[in-house]
Write a protein that binds this ligand. Structure first.
Ligand code: FES
Length: 286
């Protein structure tokens, strides 16, 4: 961890620098040592930022294509709905895929899941891990420890537009609601034509939902929800146990962030492939 150039996301990831209100105080960066070279590091410090950029750009490109394709998002026979279209609220949605009604406009530039995607985007964009990822990898601010910041000044997240990163705690509540919707989608997909139905698609949807819950519960804001204002754990044993659990998940928040990007894309690709008729769903029961 860079001693003099840590971002607020870095600090929060480590639980350092937080005040009792959860705010992160401004960090006064020490001036850089007077050395001629840009960095004294000789290792391949650029690999991690390069991989991060590649992974995030590839995922975003895939997601944009899928969200705006408005096709192959539902398998009517097995009730599989891709998470990229959940909840499907557009008037253009197939009626059987619209579990919560159809009321958003049907337009090529309006996603079928227009109700959830902006909040999910906000949740991920303001996530403490992703902040660190794109501050370092896209903005090179700084790209790695002991490598200078590309920007001359560090203003933190106290000014426009980065002050909006503080919306994360509210995006967390929206993400919980959307995870409930995804859970509902995964559960009703077990409803086969002759009772309980289980196929590979069910396992894919269920795995994705479990991973989404783990990622959501491992959120830093979730830790605050469970124990943010407590003064004594001993008087709140239930909240303490939950705080211990989510804290344990929180230690691997970066991994969950990447794993869920993978499960989301794989789940969508599976539903798309079955819906388009490229593959048939492997059925175990009914
Ligand atoms: S800190 Fe990453 S989801 Fe909240």
């Amino acid at each position: 961890m860079c001693a003099a150039v840590r971002t607020e996301a870095d600090l929060s990831n480590r639980g350092e620098g937080m005040t009792t209100t959860g705010a992160v105080p401004a960090v006064a960066a020490k001036p850089r040592a007077a050395i001629g070279e840009k960095t004294l590091r000789r290792d391949r410090w650029w690999v991690a930022p390069a991989l991060t950029v590649t992974g995030l750009v590839a995922w975003l490109a895939y997601g944009m294509v899928r969200v705006f394709s408005q096709a192959n998002y539902y398998v009517a026979e097995h009730h599989y709905l891709t998470p990229f279209y959940s909840p499907c609220t557009s008037t253009g949605c197939l009626p059987e895929a619209a579990h919560f009604g159809r009321f958003t406009p049907d337009h090529p530039l309006v996603p079928y899941a227009a109700l959830s995607l902006p909040f999910l985007l906000l949740f991920r964009l303001t996530c403490y891990y992703y902040r660190k990822a794109y501050y370092r990898s896209f903005w090179l601010s700084p790209p790695a420890c002991a490598v200078p910041d590309r920007r001359p000044r560090y203003t933190g997240e106290t000014r426009f537009p980065l002050v909006f990163q503080n919306l994360h705690r509210y995006a967390f509540y929206a993400a919980v609601l959307i995870s409930l919707v995804n859970t509902y989608d995964a559960v009703i997909a077990f409803d086969g034509e002759r009772g309980l139905g289980i196929g590979l698609g069910n396992l894919v949807l269920a795995t994705n939902v479990v991973m989404l819950w783990i990622y959501t519960l491992s959120c830093h804001s979730c830790r605050h929800v469970f124990a943010g204002r407590l003064r004594t754990f001993s008087q709140h044993p239930v909240r303490y146990r939950w705080w211990l659990l989510v804290s344990k998940l929180n230690t691997r928040h970066m991994e969950w962030a990447w794993i869920t990007l993978g499960t989301l894309a794989l789940t969508d690709a599976y539903v798309m492939s079955v819906s388009a008729g490229w593959i048939t769903d492997l059925r175990f029961v009914n």
